[in-house]
Ligand binder design. Structure first.
Ligand code: NDP
Length: 263
């Protein structure tokens, strides 16, 4: 299937590692140019250089904190300066949490709200006009299965990702008139370096069998009994952002190995 993405421009937040880097690589494999954003400058620039070298596209790494208004502004400016615009925005930057509602301070709720919700608001506000100026395109928001099926140790993550889902639905209706399709993906368990680091930490006191720990997580939560790979998920992102998915608007797609327990 030709996804017709050659020479399109995709901006991916949280694109220096994990799912975001996998998505950037998958776009580049289709011939799209990419601008990836993350806070750690050295890592994001190195990741972009790797994508450019591997796929022969233009890949730019931009260091910014998308959980701040200034960080979003700088990414919007970098998009304009580097590519003169864009066709696709993937709001992917995010991270899990661990707290109780009774103990978590207001500041922690606010920080996750800024990262999971306001980043998408601010970036769409700045970048949607540039997408529209090129005749339209796509915005894809990476929420989580936790947006609808919570993991009880991370209420702030669950709540802010649920808010992103509703934001995405509202964006879709507002932007489709400008030929910008907005959708959401809710991944289940995807094996990223962060999961491996967590597994190593949590299994250190009990013999260090981190792979066994990850298998136990998969066995407990995912009927498919394994984690998904970044590549399995990234292909889904890229398809949804392509014109081959031209009737997909305002929808939420689960890529979770059967983890969702409702219809
Ligand atoms: P990683 O922790 O592996 O990567 C996160 C990326 O986001 C990094 O590039 C990080 O770089 C960047 N990032 C984090 N905070 C900011 C910020 N404030 N501003 C700019 N960039 C930032 O995460 P994953 O790949 O595992 O997850 C990516 C997304 O997928 C997240 O939104 C997550 O909630 C979601 N998800 C993940 C699942 C999984 O199983 N892995 C399942 C469901 C959803 P840096 O630290 O340098 O800023």
């Amino acid at each position: 299937m030709d996804l017709q993405l050659a020479n399109k421009v995709a901006v991916v937040t949280g694109g220096s590692v994990g799912i975001g880097l996998g998505v950037a690589r998958a776009f580049a494999r289709e011939g799209a140019h990419v601008l990836i954003a993350a806070r750690d400058r050295a890592r994001v620039e190195e990741a972009a250089a790797g994508v450019a070298a591997e796929f022969g596209v233009t890949a730019h790494g931009h260091a910014c904190d998308v959980a701040t208004a200034a960080g979003c502004e700088s990414l919007i400016a970098a998009t304009r300066d580097t590519f003169g615009g864009l066709d696709i925005l993937v709001n992917n930057a995010g991270t899990g949490s661990n707290e109780t509602i009774l103990e978590a301070p207001d500041e922690k709720w606010q920080a996750y709200w800024e990262l999971h919700v306001m980043a998408a608001v601010r970036l769409v506000r700045g970048l949607a006009p540039m997408i529209a100026a090129r005749g339209g395109g796509a915005v894809l928001n990476n929420a989580s299965i936790c947006a609808t099926q919570p993991l009880w140790y991370e209420p702030i993550y669950n709540v802010t990702k649920a808010a992103l889902l509703m934001l995405s639905k509202n964006m879709a209706t507002e932007l489709i008139g400008q030929n910008i399709r907005v959708n959401t993906i809710n991944p289940g368990l995807i094996l990223t370096p962060d999961w491996i680091k967590t597994a190593k930490e949590l299994s250190a006191d009990s013999g260090g069998d981190w792979e066994g720990y990850l298998q136990s997580v998969a066995d407990e939560h995912a009927p498919i009994k394994r984690f998904g790979t970044v590549e399995e998920l990234a292909d889904f992102f890229v398809f949804l952002c392509s014109d081959r998915a031209s009737y997909a608007v305002g929808a939420t797609y689960f890529v979770d190995g059967g983890m969702l327990r409702t219809i």
